[in-house]
Write a protein that binds this ligand. Structure first.
Ligand code: PLP
Length: 413
């Protein structure tokens, strides 16, 4: 008899974005003429930049003749891209990586979800709350998260990030965690972590023999030169952290698929007998077994963002989104909302007025202003009472949404 992996059945059946779509559809049925603007889902809207498109055309042509055709590539990615990453994303910040520490992925979601295979099923995990749902759900599927009780997983340590603590997670007191998930700049709150605060986490991990899984998918949005863009800017992080990068939000690769993961050779974890085992060769072994590499065309496309033209074009798109973020932040604050993030990240995290619940405010905004946001509670218990807005819309739709919100606020609050 084939027995199902029952851990899957523990996952609550509410897919945040499916629930949102359902509510938006219900609204549209009732109001067929309404033009709804979505500042909800975290997908980009601007096309790939010309340097990327040129590189893809060229790579496609190479695939058309036997002399330049590429079949299976290296599982860890092509050296041309790994070298470009090393030279452009790390060396300028004084971080020296070995090329074998860089693993090209097909986007950060796969690797942030799969990386937990490297650690035993009974390790304890700690997450900042609210959080990108992939980290927890991937642990649920393998049985590590325990059971779902009152909106929380019994074996997950939640580290609240709210306005009250300035969205700065503190290492848990009294309860040890073996694995810590951090994401900075943060999705959903749009907040960042200072060098000093990040150093606390690296020190915690070194002292407690814990591993940090650091999601840097939004590092390209950091404007403040004092904010770390990589955890390896912190001394000692090579011994305790794995870092994930993605070209999805950096360069509009959400549909193209490419990113990379850094697994330093100095990073080890312990066997039950106390023997230290390096995680880099384990991840290589895992990838060789389960992954056949990111497409050649995607990797050439990613390489192109490191050319002078590519850098300039990617920056222009990021500036475009960050302009939206600033406009939103300013408008929300003028309206008297408490709004956070948006300065080094493409997300605004807003406290709902009068302590209204996340879902209730979502509906009020949809029906009152025909604007879609994301209810904060969908990202974890500490997200209750907040909503998320993304800066990934067009300039025009963002401005139009703000006009409507202003009008609605003046009428209803
Ligand atoms: C979008 C996002 C990713 C990246 O997803 P891809 O699979 O690279 O498209 C990773 N982490 C967070 C927190 C994200 O929001």
């Amino acid at each position: 008899m084939a027995l199902v992996n029952e851990h899957f059945l523990k996952l609550p059946n509410n897919y945040l974005f499916a629930d949102i779509a359902k509510k938006v559809n219900a609204f549209k049925v009732l109001h067929p003429k309404a033009d709804v603007i979505s500042l909800g889902i975290g997908d980009v809207t601007q096309p790939l930049c010309p340097a990327v498109i040129d590189a893809m055309h060229k790579a496609t042509d190479e695939m058309a003749t036997a002399q330049t055709f590429r079949g299976y590539g290296p599982e860890q990615g092509y050296d041309f891209l790994r070298e470009a990453i090393m030279r452009n994303d790390f060396l300028p910040r004084g971080i020296h990586l070995d090329i074998d520490e860089i693993f090209i992925n097909d986007g950060a979601k796969s690797d942030t979800g799969n990386i937990q295979e490297l650690i035993r099923w009974d390790n304890s995990i700690g997450v900042t709350d609210p959080i990108y749902p992939v980290y927890i759900d991937s642990n649920v599927m393998i049985g590590r998260a325990g059971t779902w009780e009152d909106g929380r997983w019994s074996n997950v340590v939640y580290m609240p990030c709210t306005a009250e603590n300035g969205f700065i997670p503190q290492p848990p007191k009294g309860r040890h965690v073996d694995v810590i998930y951090l994401c900075y700049p943060n999705n959903p709150t749009g907040t960042v972590i200072s060098r000093q605060e990040l150093r606390k986490w690296v020190n915690y991990a070194l002292k407690n023999d814990a591993v940090i899984f650091y999601d840097a998918a939004y590092q390209a949005y950091i404007q403040d030169p004092d904010i770390p863009r990589s955890i390896y800017e912190i001394r000692g992080a090579r011994k305790c952290a794995i870092e994930f990068h993605s070209y999805s939000k950096t360069a509009g690769f959400t549909g193209l698929r490419c990113g990379y993961t850094i697994v330093p050779k100095d990073l080890t974890a312990s066997t039950l007998e106390g023997e230290r085992v390096a995680l880099n060769p384990l991840w290589r072994r895992r990838q060789c077994t389960k992954f056949n590499g990111t497409s050649y065309i995607s990797q050439r496309a990613a390489e192109a963002i490191y050319t002078p033209e590519g850098k300039e074009q990617v920056k222009a798109t990021i500036d475009y989104y960050m302009h939206n973020a600033h406009t939103m932040l300013e408008a929300f604050r003028q309206l008297g909302f408490q709004a956070y993030g948006g300065e080094n990240a493409p997300y605004i995290w807003m406290r709902t007025p009068d302590g209204v619940g996340s879902w209730q405010f979502f509906e009020q905004l949809l029906y009152g202003a025909n604007v879609v946001c994301t209810p904060g509670v969908g990202f974890g218990p500490s997200g209750e009472g907040y909503v998320r807005f993304t800066a990934f819309g067009t300039k025009e739709s963002t401005e139009e949404a703000l006009q409507r919100i202003k009008k609605w606020m003046n009428q209803s609050y």
